[in-house]
Ligand binder design. Structure first.
Ligand code: FAD
Ligand code: SF4
Ligand code: SF4
Length: 465
């Protein structure tokens, strides 16, 4: 008889008062007992609706059954059939709108904690796995991967397992993409990403950091240098701004810059080369995961007041529910239905407040969400000294500007077919570079698709020769 409790086993967390002062992981993970109890809530549905909600179609009842049977290695193996980063996805996937949204237990209560169980099995494996990786036999073909985010890492891993000689070219000095420079340590410990990357290295994947493709070398040069196919997983790291007066003031950051300084350059330390100082009253503009991460980082840097300023209502916020909940618990103040109109500056050009206007929700727009419209005579000033802008990003144009015949859409995203092939033969792409800012699991799924297509392309080319 399954466990018919309508509620998920709660995730143990650091108390809000303690965690808002440190960068340690907030969610601590299920104990074995909690995991088995949660696994027991799964009804092992024959038609598996949860699987349809997962972009990479993980055999969810399969891995949960293995946890229930205490066969954690098997649980990991089931996860690894479809996902190369389960410890990451178990932590950061928007489960509430994907797998868990389809879980039948969600009809009369809370869905099974699929993400929490995935994290449990993946963490168990990372802790207990013996070093039993066997380097595949080389097949003599070279592939280049541009970018080491989840799309690039997944594509590289899948190709390496098939025997390809894969080199990842990464622009930054550290591999991992947004997983290391964007998502903060308290949500995704970097040790986990490092371990996943170690696995790839053991499979023979070569990593070249500080290699900005399009500057140091072009895609055409890579193709001329013996790489038979290329995967572009260069993400969408170019921040958007609001184009309002005062946006160039000292103390205005894009969320990407703010988070990179903290995650990669240790800006929270006084002796850091790029310290962030005097951020005592902070406004973060936006309502997605990036905004929540920036707001919670600002608190941890010692800010006394941190606001989320979002032009729609909380119901429309794109951030994961858990991040909104955690941000509130930690003391972030939500100013929803508010939109900035001007950043005020003092005589030295530093931020001295942010003028906003209240909004109302009007008719639904193209995205299906009700569009916000300004409320007349409702301007107000937020007393802040720092503004962080987290209203979205787009792909950097460098690669498309330095590669002949690479088609993009009007948002600057690379255009690919269902196999991940761009308009150039042998050049594949996926992840945020194609979709615009999206999710880790979608980027991973695209990396997988492209790896399979690249394999097919190279094999067919050589069979014809
Ligand atoms: P990226 O992760 O952006 O990696 C691209 C890599 O390519 C980077 O390392 C970049 O340096 C490199 N690169 C770029 N140009 C070049 C070049 N010319 N040459 C060489 N290398 C290059 N998603 C979720 O599912 N859940 C979350 O909770 C979540 N939170 C997020 C929080 C933040 C702060 C941010 C910024 C994003 C978040 N996302 C989240 C989105 C998710 O991280 C991205 O959708 C995902 O990382 C995209 O993967 P990618 O591999 O396409 O690109
Ligand atoms: Fe759910 Fe994401 Fe895991 Fe798929 S990868 S089962 S969507 S948590
Ligand atoms: Fe288990 Fe829910 Fe999937 Fe059914 S829908 S198999 S209960 S996780």
């Amino acid at each position: 008889m399954p466990n018919m409790s309508p509620k998920k086993n709660e995730m143990p967390v650091q108390p809000p008062e303690a965690r808002r002062k440190n960068f340690d992981e907030v969610a601590l993970g299920y104990t074995e007992e909690q995991a088995i109890n949660e696994a027991d809530r799964c009804l092992q549905c024959k038609h598996k609706p949860c699987v349809a909600g997962c972009p990479v179609h993980i055999n969810i009842p399969g891995f949960i059954l293995a946890i229930k049977n205490r066969d954690y290695r098997k649980a990991y193996e089931v996860l690894a059939e479809s996902s190369s980063l389960p410890a990451v996805c178990g932590r950061v996937c928007p489960q509430e709108s994907q797998c868990e949204a389809n879980c039948v237990r969600g009809i009369k209560g809370e869905p099974v904690g699929i993400g929490r169980l995935e994290r449990f099995a993946a963490d168990w494996y990372l802790k207990h796995a013996e070093d039993d990786l066997v380097k595949p036999e080389p097949n003599g073909h070279k592939v280049a991967v541009i970018g080491s985010g989840p799309a690039g890492l997944t594509c590289a891993g899948d190709l390496a397992r098939l025997g390809y000689d894969v080199t990842i070219f990464e622009a930054l000095h550290v591999p991992g993409g947004v997983l290391v420079y964007g998502i903060p340590e308290f949500r995704l410990p970097k040790e986990i990403v490092r371990k996943e990357i170690e696995v790839l290295k053991k499979l023979g994947v070569k990593l070249e950091t500080n290699m900005v493709i399009g500057r140091v070398m072009s895609i055409d040069e890579l193709l001329d240098n013996g790489f038979e196919a290329i995967f572009v997983g260069s993400g969408a790291g170019l921040p958007r701004f609001m184009n309002i007066p005062g946006e160039n003031a000292n103390g205005v950051y894009s969320a990407n810059e703010f988070l990179t300084r903290i995650n990669l350059m240790k800006a929270y330390k006084d002796d850091s080369a790029t310290p962030i100082k005097n951020a005592k009253k902070v406004a973060v503009v936006g309502g997605g995961n990036v905004a929540m991460d920036a707001a919670r980082c600002a608190l941890r840097l010692g800010a006394e007041e941190v606001y989320i300023v979002y032009r729609r209502s909380e119901a429309e916020m794109p951030a994961r529910l858990e991040e909104v909940h955690h941000a509130k618990e930690e003391g972030v103040i939500f100013k929803t239905l508010s939109n900035p109109v001007e950043i005020l500056t003092d005589e030295q050009g530093y931020v001295a407040g942010m003028k906003c206007i209240e909004m109302e929700l009007g008719e639904p727009d193209a995205s299906g969400r009700r569009s916000p419209v300004p409320k007349p005579d409702s301007e107000f000033v937020l007393d802040v000294d720092t503004v962080i802008i987290a209203i979205g990003t787009s792909p950097n144009p460098l690669i498309r500007n330095t590669t002949q015949g690479l088609e993009t859409n009007r948002h600057g995203c690379l255009i690919v077919n269902e196999e991940g092939l761009t308009s150039r033969e042998g050049v594949y792409a996926g992840g945020d570079a194609v979709t615009g800012a999206a999710t880790v699991i979608l980027a991973m799924g695209a990396g997988k698709t492209a790896a399979a297509s690249i394999h097919k392309y190279i094999q067919e080319k050589h069979n014809q020769a």
